[in-house]
Design a protein around this ligand. Structure first.
Ligand code: NAD
Ligand code: ZN
Length: 342
């Protein structure tokens, strides 16, 4: 089968003929239909410092996908060929304290699809049945392909009650923009989103952000005044990884405000701890998605009318993957979908 592989320890990715995945008795074999390119894939493409210390070469990459079950292992009794499924990208151990307590997203022994184990940018992928999410009937396959980052957005946004709240999102990448959609769907009043890339801010608007802020040009205190906010944001979702963005957020929160941190900074970040203490902020780190409450909520939000389609800006055949990676590199893209169906 064909797969997109990091074959060399240098910038780039290569389409290769590789062996079909081997299936264990607890596994499900999926014929991949659509995949989406993630920021993580860009780190691997660019072969940055993180990728160099994390990714074994050769490695089939990719973890955002949807496909159709074509075979199941002998232990698998409740998934069937023909079902349309995605995969949770974190494979957990099932044996640690957190896994045993049903808190699988806290597993310290997680391995990542397309990072530590064979990925989904391929015609087929085999996954443990415990990592399979069965989609609702009639799901749009392009949307199903982005459930993994949609899950990051959902898990981060729904940490806190949002009804009637003023929400600040820093970073209008695909995940920040989808978080704007979730926050609006969940009943937030103001959904203010910041970025320094005007193309990305416009995408966030299409998804439901109510006020766009170019962080290079405007300051949040002025925006608060304009919106008639007197006490600061109730909820902050940090989705840029940028130290300045985090500090701007901390400086503009209401007392008792809640912050969830998804964005990954590239190094140490200084913050004013006095602000955290005297504003009595709660700050929570977020990794991945909840298995499988986040997935359930995503399916139900889509069924109840949440429209993520504007975040998909490019669709192409997998053989044109280079164009997809170039679009991501340009910064003028939301999600890029690769079609593996024919
Ligand atoms: P992305 O890189 O596409 O988006 C980040 C956005 O932040 C970009 O549009 C960028 O222009 C913007 N930005 C940069 N400086 C800014 C500033 N000063 N103020 C406001 N915005 C600024 O990333 P993404 O795919 O949308 O993911 C969002 C973040 O979440 C990334 O940092 C990513 O590494 C991280 N992430 C974390 C997890 C997790 O489990 N914790 C999972 C996936 C992604
Ligand atoms: Zn575990």
């Amino acid at each position: 089968m064909k797969a997109l592989v990091k074959t060399k320890a240098e910038t780039g990715l290569w389409m290769q003929q590789v062996e079909m995945p081997k299936m264990g008795i607890n596994d499900v074999l999926v014929k991949v239909h659509r995949t989406a390119i993630c920021g993580t894939d860009m780190h691997i493409y660019n072969w940055d410092e993180w990728a160099q210390k994390t990714i074994p070469v050769p490695m089939t990459i990719g973890h955002e996908f949807v496909g159709e079950i074509v075979d199941v292992g002998s232990n698998v009794i409740d998934f069937f060929p023909g079902q349309i499924v995605s995969g949770e990208g974190h494979v957990v151990c099932g044996r640690c304290r957190n896994c045993m307590a049903g808190k699988r997203h806290f597993c310290p022994n997680t391995s990542g699809i397309g990072v530590n184990r064979t990925g989904a940018f391929a015609e087929y992928i085999a996954l443990p049945m415990s990592n399979i999410w069965l989609h609702r009937p009639n799901i749009d396959k392009d949307i199903a392909a982005i459930f993994d980052p949609f899950g990051n957005a959902t898990h981060t946004a729904l940490q806190w009650p949002l009804l009637g709240e003023d929400v600040l999102i820093t970073g209008a990448g695909p995940i920040g923009s989808m978080a704007a959609a979730v926050a609006k769907h969940a009943g937030a009043r103001n959904v203010v989103i910041t970025d320094i890339n005007p193309f990305r801010l416009e995408l966030a608007k299409k998804l439901g952000a109510t006020r766009l802020v170019n962080a290079a040009e405007e300051n949040l205190a002025d925006v608060q005044k304009e919106l008639g906010m007197v006490e600061g944001f109730d909820v902050g979702l940090e989705m840029s990884g940028n130290p300045q963005a985090l500090n701007d957020m901390i400086n503009n929160m209401n007392h008792g405000g809640k912050i969830s941190l998804l964005g990954i900074p590239s190094g140490d970040v200084d913050i004013d701890w006095n602000k955290v203490i005297f504003s009595m902020l709660t700050i929570k780190g977020i990794y991945g998605r909840e298995m499988y409450d986040t997935w359930y909520k995503m399916s139900m939000m889509v069924e109840s009318g949440l429209d993520l389609s504007p975040i998909i800006t490019h669709r192409m055949h997998y053989s044109e993957f280079q164009q997809g990676f170039d679009a991501m590199l340009s910064g003028q893209a939301g999600k890029v979908i690769l079609n593996w169906e024919d």
